[in-house]
Design a protein around this ligand. Structure first.
Ligand code: SF4
Ligand code: SF4
Length: 389
């Protein structure tokens, strides 16, 4: 079997029987769950970036997690579901996230919700960027990991799907530090790919039944696609996911990083796909096009570097506060790794001199007041590419 095969199947609703049938159909071309042995402890790394009702499309849907739990338990495995949201990594925060995200549905199906909040240090000599990193210790208790992500637009990476979901292996409060360590999106993407390579989940499944478009990954709008994707290769899955929503794979830094390492092809046409994927192509999906695909990389002379710097300043996306929506809660100030946001007269103010464009503020603003602002030049250059703000 081709380890890079991606399967895609219809899954129109989150009804339990529909989800279970779709999961079986998606996994079947990949050999199903025959690798699961009785007594195995399987960890499902969900996307629980924030506590939110499932219909907001921020988190992996609990009915799908419950369906996978039932399939794994039928093979004799025990199941633990975990993630590290962008917040304190402790029982109080996680219990709230589990409750808001209705993870009790998966618990009722027999899954354990992770309550091991230990942190571990790792060294990976093969890594390109993340040779030393700290991760959530619960992963060590698992014999195998399944990455169950959600298809969403993303401020910094354009796409949040399989590869990006592994950033949740980093404890929540340390995530801004990683943004600060890797301010260049290409380096950040390489760090994500390092995490994927280090943890190597056995399987990657993507909830694209209701995806998120627009101001993702936490404040966008739900968008029905009606599909489930699965693969043993996270980057191949992401190439298909990106293509479905109208991104060219090279516009997604994690895919570009994976292509540089020869981990996946750079077009959906070069993938082996099981399923009628073209029926799921979106023509009006609102994406946040990453600035990287436009940035100039040439210019080795002093003059060339100056021109490159000016051009890239004109093209870069920036965080921008929608003052009328800002409630002055200070969450963006608290999470900003560059400490460049202050609250004045109950509104967030960004000192742009120190901004590293990590978009943590946009990701964690609870009311969607922090947006990704694209420069007029960048908008002009991508006019006609559809769906991009
Ligand atoms: S997190 Fe959002 S609402 Fe809160 S201060 Fe920042 S921009 Fe305003
Ligand atoms: S202002 Fe926002 S984008 Fe800029 S460094 Fe702070 S969190 Fe990152």
């Amino acid at each position: 079997m081709n380890p890079n095969l991606v399967s895609i199947v219809p899954c129109e609703t989150y009804a339990p029987d529909v989800c279970e049938a779709a999961l079986k159909a998606a996994l079947e071309p990949l050999g199903g769950l025959l690798w699961v042995r009785p007594g195995m402890r399987v960890g499902i790394k969900a996307n629980l970036v924030a506590g939110a009702k499932p219909d907001r499309a921020i988190t992996t849907h609990p009915v799908l997690l419950a369906a996978l739990t039932r399939l794994l338990k039928a093979r004799g495995a025990s199941v633990v579901i975990g993630d590290s949201p962008g917040n304190l990594y402790n029982a109080a925060v996680l219990n709230r996230v589990y409750s808001l995200s209705e993870l009790s549905i998966a618990e009722e199906a027999g899954a354990e919700l992770n309550r091991d909040f230990s942190e571990k240090d790792a060294y990976d000599g093969h890594a390109v960027q993340a040779k030393r990193f700290t991760y959530t210790g619960w992963l060590d208790s698992c014999d195998a990991i399944i990455n169950f992500c959600k298809l969403k637009s993303h401020g910094m990476m354009s796409l949040s799907a399989a590869a990006k979901n592994l950033f949740g292996t980093i404890p929540g409060t340390m995530k801004p530090e990683y943004h600060y360590r890797f301010p260049n999106p290409n380096d950040f993407a390489d760090m994500i790919v390092d995490l994927d390579e280090h943890f190597r989940p056995v399987l990657h499944i993507c909830d694209a039944v209701t995806a998120m478009e627009g101001n993702g990954p936490t404040q966008g709008k739900p968008k029905h696609i009606g599909a489930l994707l699965a693969s043993k290769n996270p980057h191949c899955l992401d190439v298909l996911a990106a293509t479905l929503i109208g991104l060219t794979p090279s516009e997604v830094p994690t895919i570009a990083a994976a292509v540089r390492r020869d981990l996946c092809p750079d077009t959906a046409e070069a993938l082996e796909i099981d399923g009628d994927w073209k029926t799921f192509l979106q023509t009006d999906f609102e994406i946040i096009r990453n600035r990287n695909s436009l940035l100039f990389v040439g210019g080795r002379t002093v003059f060339g570097k100056a021109v490159r710097g000016m051009m890239n300043t004109c093209l870069e996306s920036k965080p921008k506060v929608k003052k009328s929506a800002c409630v002055g809660c200070g969450k963006c100030r608290d999470i900003c790794p560059a400490h460049t946001i202050s609250i004045r007269e109950k509104k967030a103010v960004i000192d742009r001199r120190h901004c590293i464009k990590c978009f943590c503020c946009q990701e964690f603003c609870p009311v969607g007041a922090m947006r990704v602002h694209r420069s007029p030049v960048a908008k002009l250059l991508t006019r006609g590419k559809g769906g991009s703000k």
